[in-house]
Design a binder for this molecule. Structure first.
Ligand SMILES: Cc1cc2nc3c(=O)[nH]c(=O)nc-3n(C[C@H](O)[C@H](O)[C@H](O)COP(=O)(O)OP(=O)(O)OC[C@H]3O[C@@H](n4cnc5c(N)ncnc54)[C@H](O)[C@@H]3O)c2cc1C
Length: 475
């Protein structure tokens, strides 16, 4: 691909551009299993830089892939046709914290935890925080509609987006949304950008809602000898009208993995549930926790521990927090892959889905952990396999197909929070053929030359699944 490197250097400065092979390898992969090399990495600092780069790319039909931390799990930023990786991390300025209007205005490369660190002394927080909040950027979170452990009460990124500045594929800058809590002034275009995975425009500034930190938080942990009991307890908590601010599940595979990786000594039971309540009135928090505790006990939950103390809550939650990173320690010779990793199911289907996941995995010779923000219906799974064996990748493909057929048949979704990217596109496209023409029309209207993150979502190839273009050496 012919790219005028000198022209791009003039825009961002020589040290903010790289076509060094080692850098191309780093930027050619994300947290997914896939890899493909970009042609060049460019690091803009200003909105004008982004406009100039995108305008040049559009005139020359060069792919432009916006990238935050590259923590996307499904190949979102993997540049399968090469092109320009637009590394947004230099645009990391918190422009405004406005407690009066309860909003923040940030550049897209601001890291989630950095934003919350700045808000904390003011008694405020930005709730969506995914488990990757230590690295994930606000731009990446908007583009993926990320959510986190508190989504059961506080919702996802889309619920906090107020306004946005976006550079379109033709290089023009548009202002979307408003600084008001609601608006009914035309198409909700700021919402269209949420979940668009860098395919419709580049977010160059975002105005997001914030919330006061509640005065009290109480976290509790319950053990279960049967995974179904834990799943049913979660469903019952939600349908009882209780108000958890967190409701998480970990199965035995996850428990063993964190015990090995972190020396935690958690009881190796079939499942653990973590539930939290928060609020400004302690009696109300006590009431919610007690209500959830009783439901857990009704479903044979035992050994229930609870605490308001921050240090103790951090200890109780540490295994869940580091679960994803610990899974590769479950068994010698296997690795944890981000395949079939975050389906969403209706509340009533949590227990049956958890059981089904283990059954499908065992039948196809792979290991799958079941965990996640199950209070919001988010079931995180990971396919754990021996990456050197070609047959294992084929096993994974069978699992992916069967599992998604099941999830879609019960009214679930392909992705609850990580997005579609490349590796989840085939099952998603199969399930959502009704909306693909609509999405393609929108894309064509906004990006007629298909330069913005091409071949993702509706435009992703059907062969980029678990066994193609891998970043692992397969024997
Ligand atoms: C250990 C781990 C835990 C995780 N836990 C969670 C979790 O709990 N919840 C959750 O939702 N996700 C989770 N994720 C997934 C991931 O962290 C999120 O999707 C996150 O929002 C990605 O942010 P990022 O900055 O890394 O974006 P990237 O991965 O760099 O990009 C993601 C997508 O956003 C686009 N993009 C990035 N910046 C912009 C921009 N400025 N304008 C337009 N498009 C842009 C990219 O093109 C790409 O399509 C986890 C990932 C890991 C590795």
């Amino acid at each position: 691909m012919k790219i005028d490197i000198e022209k791009l250097k003039k825009i961002v400065g020589e040290k903010n551009l790289s076509d060094n092979l080692a850098d191309l390898y780093v930027y050619g992969a994300d947290a997914s299993v896939h890899q493909a090399l970009p042609t060049v990495i460019v690091k803009p600092k200003t909105i004008e830089d982004v406009q100039k780069i995108v305008r040049y790319a559009n005139q020359n039909k060069i792919p432009v892939i916006a990238r935050g931390a590259g923590s996307g799990t499904s190949g979102h930023t993997v540049p399968i046709d090469g092109g320009i990786i637009l590394d947004m991390k230099r645009m990391n300025h918190i422009i405004e914290i406005n407690p009066e209007d309860m909003l923040v205005r940030v550049e897209p490369g601001v890291v989630d935890d950095d934003l919350n660190r700045a808000l904390k002394p003011l008694g405020l927080f930005y709730p969506p925080a995914p488990a990757s909040s230590r690295i994930a950027t606000i731009g990446g979170e908007i583009a993926a509609n990320a959510s986190g452990v508190r989504s059961v009460k506080y919702g996802a990124t889309r619920d906090y987006v107020m306004a946005m500045k976006v550079v379109l594929a033709n290089g023009k800058l548009v202002n979307l949304g408003s600084n008001t809590r609601v608006h009914s002034s035309g198409y909700q275009l700021e919402r269209l950008i949420v979940g668009s995975e860098g395919t419709l425009g580049i977010v160059v500034e975002a105005t997001m809602g914030i919330r006061p930190i509640p005065k009290y938080r109480c976290l509790a942990v319950a053990n279960f000898d049967k995974l179904e009991d834990a799943g049913n307890a979660i469903s019952d908590i939600i349908s009882s009208g209780a108000e958890p601010s967190m409701l998480e599940l970990m199965d035995k595979i996850g428990i063993i993995a964190v015990n090995k990786a972190m020396d935690l000594n958690l009881p190796e039971v079939a499942a653990i549930i973590m539930f939290e309540a928060d609020g400004n009135v302690k009696k109300a928090v006590d009431f919610e926790i007690e209500k959830m505790k009783k439901i857990c006990e009704k479903h044979n939950g035992t050994g229930i521990e609870m605490s308001y103390d921050l240090a103790e809550r951090t200890r109780l939650f540490s295994g869940r927090k580091k679960l994803f990173a610990s899974l590769s320690r479950y068994k010698e010779g296997i690795i944890c892959t981000d395949l079939a990793d975050d389906m969403g199911v209706p509340n009533s289907k949590i227990a049956v889905t958890a059981k089904k996941i283990h059954e499908i995995a065992e039948r196809n010779n792979v290991i799958m952990a079941v965990y996640g923000h199950c209070g919001s219906g988010v079931i995180h799974t990971k396919i754990m396999l021996d990456p050197k064996k070609k047959s294992q990748w084929k096993d994974a493909e069978k699992v992916i197909e069967e599992l998604y057929d099941y999830v879609h048949s019960i009214g679930g979704v392909t992705s609850a929070e990580h997005g579609i990217g490349l590796s989840k596109a085939p099952p998603w496209k199969k399930a959502r053929s009704d909306i693909l023409p609509v999405m393609r029309s929108i894309k064509k209207a906004l990006d007629p030359n298909n330069i913005l993150n091409p071949h993702k979502l509706h435009d992703a190839p059907d062969d980029w699944v678990g066994a193609t273009n891998l970043r692992y050496k397969v024997g």
